[in-house]
Design a protein around this ligand. Sequence first.
Ligand code: FAD
Length: 383
Amino acid sequence: MLTTEFAPLNIDDEARKEQARLRAFLRREVAAGSFDPMMSSWTDFDADFSRKLGREGFIGVSLSKEHGGGGKSFATRHLVMEELLASGAPCGAHWMAERQSAMQIIRFGSDKVQREILPRIVAGTCFFGIGVSEPNAGSDLASAKTSARKVDGGWLINGAKIWTTNGHKTDYLLVLARTSPQGDKRHEGFTQFIVDMKSSGIEVRPIRDINNDAEFAEEVFSDCFVPDDYVLGEVGKGWDVVLSELVFERAGPDRLLTSFQTLQALETKLAKKGANEGTREIGRLVAHLSTLRQMSLSVSSLIENGRPANLQASLVKDLGAKFEREIPERARELVDFIPRRGAGADAFTQSLTQSVMRAPSWSIRGGAREILRSVIARELGLR
Ligand SMILES: Cc1cc2nc3c(=O)[nH]c(=O)nc-3n(C[C@H](O)[C@H](O)[C@H](O)COP(=O)(O)OP(=O)(O)OC[C@H]3O[C@@H](n4cnc5c(N)ncnc54)[C@H](O)[C@@H]3O)c2cc1C
């Protein structure tokens, strides 16, 4: 029988205390009108809100004090992320930097970059995007064509990246580029670069989605100079650097809770209607969420203990994406719903409309489901 390990994560008192402190802070913020829980999500970019979280010590909670972080456990970090997501807080500005870039900089970044960038990430004043996908390289990332050529003191980047979440608003982009021509081994010859978006030689164009929101962007690089200190990891080993980043990216609570606001609002709406209408369905969804949560917590435990987690992270992302997409589907079956946005529509209708339109993209971002399933099969030794 094929099995895989999902180690339990111990939620300590400190984690629960920090969660309670954050919950109280978020309640005050909602009361002060700083965000509307029904109308925002973790990809919404609000630099002021991220700064506030940074001031309160809610960013980089598990990074070591030496790196400017809170020095707390991964359980604390997990609960902080969950609380932000469950409250519908607009965390898109700092999310990528906190979720993965900071960890990657600690593992692979030069001393200069660590000193310069990490304290700003923790302060909620420095934002990152992920620049891996290209117009002709998404699932098949090894066919990426963006290149970097060695010059005196650094590298010149040429090429294009696409679908970069908040790429038109971030301070830095982690760019995967070819530093030697493709040979027989397609995954060799890549290098990761930390690109300052203020550099010359970058053209950034926001892309509008079906909601008419510009949540992502494309970037074109023309002889964009990146200093040597801003290479992330070893030259030529960029593929391994990217793979290690995917574990952070794929199994966090953000892969389960994107539509949590809709689930909560649905429960309230059905409860107001009386009787037991929909109760069974809500119970089923909550039970499912509870299991997924345990799985996601256990990936945090594996990462904290330096254990491999690629298989577990891919499983959580695959099942989580299916779950996130199911919530708006069930909601529209259980309540009278005519999609509407803007003035005249109540918050639930607006929020559900937004979720219904965005949901198809949730199982594509961070790696499409078919690709995750092939990773899972490979990790289980099935192919
Ligand atoms: C909301 C959103 C945010 C994103 N944010 C970022 C970001 O910040 N940074 C970034 O770099 N990228 C980002 N992406 C891009 C994302 O990673 C890619 O869209 C994704 O990897 C799929 O690549 P593609 O769009 O080129 O589709 P394709 O690779 O062309 O895939 C199209 C379809 O074909 C299927 N398919 C492809 N190959 C196979 C195969 N071998 N076997 C079976 N099926 C296959 C796929 O599963 C998918 O269903 C984002 C995408 C979305 C939707």
